[in-house]
Design a protein around this ligand. Structure first.
Ligand code: DGJ
Length: 752
C-alpha cells in the first residue's frame, strides 16, 4: 500500500491542518484530534512525556486548556506524585494514561507488563513522536479492517519509548471518518540487546469520565450463544474473558458501555469489538475517583512472549464506535464496516446461496443415495447449495475417529466426493463440504503417523472431548500447518466444491507443544492463533471462489477475527426458532445479518424439543443467511409448497437482509415479542419480521413504529397493496396482535 508521509517520523507537526482532515496535531497545545463524521477522540501530551486520554465521544472542535482541565483531583493521591511542575502536581495513579504500564504510581491494571533481563518488571514509557499517513497498513499475520484506497482512512502512529530498557511501543489509530469508526492496535519493538519477557500487551486503553454506565456484553453457552446481559459499573473491575484459546460460546470479544437510560435509538453507547479469535479480556476498571479505565486485548493470563532484540510483536486490533443515539446506531456502524471492510473476497458483496445441510437430517447415518435424495428434493424447491456435513471421510461413523484423514469414506460414498459432487452439479446445484481441520482423532491414520502433532503434555492424561480421542493439532508447527493446507487443497481440487464449512469442536487443554523450547511453551495460545490465521490466509487466497462458513460447535468462535476469512458463520447449534430470536438478536449487536447462518430444521426441535410452525421457522431463519437443516422429503405436499414459497420470498428480500440496515424494533429480552426491520441501502425495500413469543388473552395490540424510512415518501405493502406514508409508519406505525404463541408475520414494503 502506498503510504503518504505527511510529516517525518518523530517530528511534531504544526498546528496548521495537515493533508489529513481526520487527524490533526495541535503543536502548541500538544493535542491530537481524531475526527470521524460525528465523533472525536482526543489525546494530550503532558509535560512532553505523558500521553493522556482526554475525550472520546461527540465531536468537538477544540479541547481547551487540558493541563488545567483534567478530570481528576490532583490533591487526593496517596500512592505517589510522579509529575511535578511549578503550578501543579500530578500522579499517574489517577491520570487517564493512554497506554499504562506497571512500575510507577499507576497501580491500576496496566496495558503493558514485561520482565527485563535484570529481573525488573518496571516499564516507564515516555512520548517520543508521531507520524500521520493516509490509508491503513495491514497487521502482520493478523486479521484487521482494511481500506481499498488510501482516501478511506487516515492513520496516526504515536511512539512511546522506555529509554532505560530499550522498549518501543507504537500506538496505531486509524480513522474511518465516514464509518464513524476508529480502530486501534499496538506493536512492541525491542530496541535493546537483551530479550524482553512480555507478559501483557493489550491493544487498547480508553476512559470514561464517570461511572454511570452499564457493562453490556454477550454471554451464553453451547446452543445458547450471545444473550445480552447488562450490569451497572461498580468500583473495582468488571471483566469478560476467555482462557480457552478460542473466543468461545460463553463470552464474545464484544463490549458496550452504555448509559443506563440508553435504548435502541437514544443515549450514549460506546461499542468495542476485538478482532481476535483467541484468549481475550475486556475489562472496565473504576477507580476511587470514578474514572473508568477500559482495557481490551489478548488475555494476559496464559500469555508470554519472549521478544528478542530487534523483534516486533504486533497486538491485534480493536474496533470502536461511539453512538449518541443508542445501540441501534452502534450496531449499524459495526455492521457496515464489518460487511464492507473486514469481510473479504468474492462473497463480500454478493448474495450468498440458500443452502441445505444434512447434519440434523442424517447425522452420521448417510450414504450417497440418501444425500442425493435430500439434494433432489431441495433443488426442486429452489435450494441452491447442498452441504455435506460431518461423517464423509476416513472411517467416520461416530464422533470418535478419523479427524485428520480427509479422504472419502468409500463405504458411504463409493463414487468419492468427486462422484457425488458431479451428480449434484448435474442437478444444477452447488456442492459444499464440512471439515474440522484443526483436529486429529487418536483413532486416525494421521495420529498413527504423527503421534506428537497434537497439543498435550507427555505423561499427563489427555482431557477427553466429544467422545474419547479428539485432540487439537499443534498449529505452532509449520509442518502441521502445511499438512492442513495440503490435505484440504487436495480435496478442494479433486471435486466441484464451492463451499466449505470449517468446524472446531473442542478447546485446548493441557497446553504443551512437542517442539517449542521450555521458555516459549507459554507462547502457544497466541502462536496457535497465528498458525490458524496463516492457514486460513493461504486457503482463502488459493480458493477465492469458495465460500467459507465458520463454525465452532455452533457459534463458539463467532468473532470479528473470523469474519476476515469467513464471510458467514454458523450462529448456533440451536436451530429452534424461538431460541434463535434471542441468539440472533444478541449476535446482531455487533455482527451483520449476512454473516449469521440461520436454518429451518425439523420439529420437535432437536435441541429444545419445541414444536413451532414451519412458517415461523422460515421467517426467523430469513433474518440471517438462510438455509434448511432437515430432510425436505419428509414434508407433506402442503409443507413442501410452503418451503418453495419461503425460498422464493427469501430470494426477493435477500439483498435487503444482507446489505440493508437493521433496526431492532422489539427485543425478546425485554418483552414477549420480537420485531426486526431491514431497510435496503437504496431505501426502496423494507422488510419487517415480527414474532410473538407468548400470547395472552385480551392484551393490547403491539405498536410497531418503523425507523429509517423517508418521511415524505410512500410505501406499498407488497402483499396487500396498502399504501402508507413514511411519516405515518415511523410515527404511528402498525398495530400487531400477539394472540398466538410463536406466530410470525413477514411484511415487505416497496417505495412507491
Ligand atoms: C458442530 C456443528 O456446529 C454442527 O453443525 C455439525 O457440523 C457438527 N459439529 C458435526 O460434527
Amino acid at each position: 500500500m502506498a503510504v503518504l508521509k505527511i510529516k517525518d517520523r518523530h517530528k511534531p507537526a504544526t498546528k496548521e491542518r495537515t493533508l489529513s482532515m481526520a487527524i490533526l496535531f495541535d503543536k502548541q497545545e500538544q493535542i491530537f484530534y481524531l475526527h470521524t463524521k460525528n465523533t472525536s477522540y482526543v489525546m494530550g501530551v503532558l509535560h512532553g512525556k505523558y500521553l493522556l486520554h482526554l475525550h472520546y465521544g461527540k465531536k468537538i472542535h477544540a479541547y481547551h486548556n487540558f493541563v488545567k482541565n483534567l478530570p481528576i483531583h490532583n490533591d487526593t493521591t496517596w500512592c505517589g506524585v510522579d509529575i511535578m511542575d511549578s503550578d501543579a502536581i500530578y500522579s499517574t495513579e489517577l491520570l487517564p494514561m493512554e497506554y499504562p504500564t506497571y512500575g510507577s504510581a499507576d497501580l491500576r491494571t496496566p496495558a503493558f507488563h514485561a520482565e527485563y533481563e535484570t529481573g525488573s518488571a518496571v516499564t516507564c514509557l515516555g512520548y517520543c513522536g508521531y507520524e500521520i499517513y493516509h490509508g491503513k497498513e495491514s497487521l502482520s499475520g493478523l486479521p484487521a479492517t482494511y481500506v481499498e484506497s488510501d482516501s478511506e482512512a487516515d492513520t496516526l502512529e504515536i511512539t512511546l519509548v522506555d529509554s532505560l530498557t530499550g522498549l518501543k511501543i507504537v500506538l496505531s489509530y486509524s480513522v474511518f471518518e465516514d464509518y464513524d469508526v476508529i480502530t486501534k492496535s499496538v506493536r512492541a519493538v525491542n530496541e535493546s540487546v537483551q530479550p524482553i519477557d512480555v507478559q501483557s500487551i493489550l491493544s487498547s486503553t480508553t476512559y470514561l469520565f464517570d461511572k454511570n454506565y452499564e457493562f453490556v456484553h454477550l454471554t451464553g453457552a453451547w446452543a445458547r450463544e450471545r444473550h445480552i446481559q447488562k450490569q451497572p459499573l461498580m468500583n473495582g473491575t468488571m471483566q469478560i474473558d476467555s482462557k480457552r484459546v478460542a473466543s468461545g460460546h460463553i463470552h464474545s470479544p464484544f463490549l458496550a458501555l452504555a448509559r443506563p437510560w440508553a435504548t435502541e435509538n437514544q443515549g450514549e453507547v460506546y461499542g468495542y469489538s476485538f478482532v481476535y479469535s483467541g484468549n481475550f479480556i475486556m475489562q472496565a476498571e473504576t477507580n476511587q475517583q470514578n474514572l473508568v479505565r477500559v482495557n481490551i486485548g489478548i488475555n494476559p493470563f496464559g500469555f508470554h512472549w519472549l521478544l528478542t532484540p530487534g523483534e516486533v510483536f504486533q497486538a491485534p486490533e480493536v474496533v470502536m464506535t461511539f453512538s449518541n443515539s443508542g445501540f441501534g446506531t452502534m450496531s449499524r456502524r459495526f455492521h457496515r464496516i464489518y460487511r464492507q471492510r473486514l469481510c473479504r473476497g468474492k462473497y463480500r458483496d454478493s448474495e450468498r446461496p440458500v443452502l441445505i445441510n444434512n447434519w440434523e437430517a442424517t447425522y452420521y447415518d448417510f450414504d450417497e443415495e440418501k444425500i442425493l435424495n435430500i439434494a433432489k428434493k431441495a433443488h426442486d424447491v429452489g435450494v441452491e447449495l447442498l452441504v455435506l456435513d460431518d461423517g464423509w471421510y476416513g472411517k467416520r461413523d461416530t464422533g470418535d475417529s478419523s479427524l485428520g484423514d480427509w479422504r472419502p469414506y468409500l463405504k458411504k460414498l463409493p463414487n468419492g466426493i468427486d462422484g457425488l459432487a458431479d451428480k449434484i452439479a448435474e442437478m444444477g446445484m452447488r456442492f459444499g463440504l464440512w471439515f474440522e481441520p484443526e483436529m486429529v482423532s487418536e483413532n486416525s491414520d494421521l495420529f498413527r503417523t504423527h503421534p506428537d502433532w497434537y497439543i498435550g503434555i507427555p505423561g499427563r492424561p489427555k482431557t477427553p472431548a466429544r467422545g474419547p480421542g479428539q485432540l487439537v493439532l499443534d498449529l505452532t508447527r509449520p509442518e502441521v500447518c502445511d499438512y492442513i493446507v495440503e490435505a484440504l487443497s487436495a480435496v478442494l481440487r479433486s471435486a466441484k466444491i464451492s463451499y466449505v464449512k470449517w468446524d472446531m469442536n473442542r478447546n485446548i487443554t493441557e497446553i504443551g507443544s512437542a517442539t517449542l523450547p521450555a521458555n516459549r511453551q507459554q507462547e502457544l495460545p497466541h502462536r496457535y492463533m497465528l498458525g490458524l490465521y496463516s492457514i486460513l490466509e493461504r486457503l482463502v487466497t488459493a480458493f477465492p471462489d469458495v465460500l467459507f462458513e465458520g463454525c465452532a460447535g455452533g457459534g463458539g468462535r463467532f468473532d470479528a477475527g473470523m469474519l476476515y476469512y469467513f464471510p458467514q458463520y454458523w450462529t448456533s447449534d440451536d436451530t429452534d426458532a424461538i431460541e434463535r430470536l434471542y441468539i440472533q438478536h444478541g449476535t446482531s449487536l455487533v455482527m451483520p445479518a449476512c454473516t449469521m447462518g440461520a436454518h429451518v430444521s425439523a420439529v420437535p426441535n432437536h435441541q429444545v424439543h419445541r414444536t413451532t410452525p414451519l412458517q415461523t421457522r422460515g421467517h426467523i431463519a430469513m433474518a440471517g443467511q438462510f438455509g434448511y437443516e432437515m430432510d425436505l422429503g419428509k414434508l407433506s405436499e402442503e409443507e413442501t409448497e410452503l418451503v418453495r414459497q419461503q425460498i422464493r420470498q427469501y430470494k426477493e428480500i435477500r439483498s435487503t437482509i444482507h446489505f440493508g440496515d437493521l433496526y431492532r424494533l422489539r427485543s425478546p429480552f425485554e418483552g414477549e415479542n420480537t420485531a426486526w426491520e431491514y431497510v435496503s441501502a437504496d431505501l426502496k425495500q423494507v422488510v419487517l419480521i415480527y414474532c410473538t413469543i407468548r400470547a395472552h388473552v385480551i392484551t393490547g395490540m403491539t405498536q410497531i413504529r418503523f425507523e429509517g424510512l423517508k418521511e415524505n415518501a410512500q410505501y406499498r405493502n407488497t402483499e396487500t397493496g396498502e399504501i402508507y406514508d413514511g411519516d405515518f409508519l415511523m410515527n404511528v406505525g402498525l398495530y400487531l396482535s400477539d394472540s398466538k404463541d410463536y406466530a410470525t408475520k413477514l411484511m415487505t414494503f416497496e417505495l412507491c
